[in-house]
Design a protein around this ligand. Structure first.
Ligand code: COI
Length: 357
């Protein structure tokens, strides 16, 4: 099915809930915009999508996604520029990554026209929900799940793709204390760690909770084989500045290919910094810290944006990093990235998809 020239049918709310939104006090993930996009897959094809009021979906208790986890999602953001146009940041990269996740989880690919046209129409309708407030954005959550009413273990024949949005502020409100995980594993080579599959996040909750009980906000995953190399943080990819160089583990089957990660690397190269994508061992971090060369550490993610790391814990040692204000590379890149996303700086990398109202 092609949506060319077709307007997605929309059932609009009788009255917007926008008055509930306090633009100056937006928490992450708690208030949802008026509408959502929904498309069903059946008879081996995506059906005509619909825009509906944001609301509950009715599901059979035997819905296969609930039992066997064929469930994937994406996270992306939209901003407003000075003229009030909506700027979507790298939506086609989210589209491609969603389909990579779909392939790994044995689910059908969504079409580009449902994804892009659906987003455009949804955002035009809910334009008032894109906060103009600095540091805030409209977070967009595309997702897909298996809808067969069947509890045999096999790939579902039916799926639902949907998109809802929510205005958000910062995901992490402060520089993070993180701890390197020496025991649990997020993902092993050949697994599905690179996919944005719901189960990857569910399986991380217990270890993350244990770390939180020890006083750390998040954990740093290490490789499944030796617990020797840094992987990612689950909600974020990780970057370090060691002796003036920006270093990050390479993406693999175990690490999500973050779009913010890629943007930071491209910007850093463009600004003339030395960038290395290579394995980073825990020992290397500890040695660099002891030598005074662990200058910056931060996470990158759509929700997290650039989240500064204040302390890294490993094996009884709290490595307290230099003050955030003095971190040249991450602060500079964060500022440049924000300017591109909000249209204040030229879009030299062709990342911005503009929706003129
Ligand atoms: C994102 O950064 O968009 C994520 O998906 C991370 C998290 C909120 C689950």
């Amino acid at each position: 099915m092609s949506l060319d020239m077709l307007t997605i049918p929309a059932q609009c709310v009788a009255e917007s809930r926008i008055a509930e939104l306090d633009y100056n006090n937006i928490e992450f993930g708690k208030i949802f915009a008026d509408h959502m996009l929904v498309a069903d897959y059946k008879d081996s094809a995506w059906q005509i999508p619909q825009i509906l009021p944001y609301g509950n979906m009715s599901l059979s208790p035997a819905t296969s996604a609930i039992h066997y986890g064929q469930s994937i999602f994406e996270g992306m953001k939209a901003y407003k520029d000075a003229n009030g146009d909506i700027l979507l940041f790298r939506p086609l990269d989210n589209f491609r990554r969603l389909n990579k996740s779909a392939e790994r989880m044995c689910m059908p690919a969504i079409t580009e026209d449902i994804f892009m046209q659906g987003l455009e129409q949804l955002l035009r309708l809910d334009a008032a929900w894109v906060p103009p407030t600095p540091g805030c954005a409209l977070y967009i959550r595309p997702f897909m799940f298996a809808t067969d009413e069947f509890i045999g273990v096999r790939p579902s024949s039916n799926y639902r793709f949907a998109v809802f949005t929510c205005p958000v502020g910062a995901y992490y409100g402060q520089a993070l204390k993180v701890a390197i995980e020496p025991h649990y594993v997020r993902s092993a080579e050949g697994g599905a760690g690179f996919a944005k599959a719901a189960g990857n996040y569910g399986a991380a909750l217990l270890p993350a909770k244990a770390m939180q009980e020890r006083g750390y906000h998040q954990l740093i995953w290490t490789d499944a084989r030796e617990h020797k190399y840094i992987e990612e943080s689950g909600t974020m990819n990780l970057m370090f500045v060691l002796d003036g160089k920006l270093i990050t583990p390479p993406v693999s089957t175990t690490i999500l290919a973050g779009i913010t990660r890629d943007s930071v690397l491209q910007l850093a190269q463009g600004l003339g910094y030395t960038v290395e994508e290579r394995k980073v061992s825990v020992d290397e971090l500890v040695e660099a810290y002891k030598a005074g060369m662990l200058q910056e550490a931060f996470g990158t993610g759509t929700a997290a944006t650039i989240a500064q790391i204040a302390t890294i814990h490993y094996d009884g040692l709290d490595m307290d990093l230099p003050a955030v204000e003095g971190r040249e590379i991450s602060n500079r890149i964060s500022t440049e990235l924000d300017k591109i996303k909000t249209g204040e700086a030229p879009d030299l990398y062709n990342w911005v998809h503009r929706i003129s109202l």
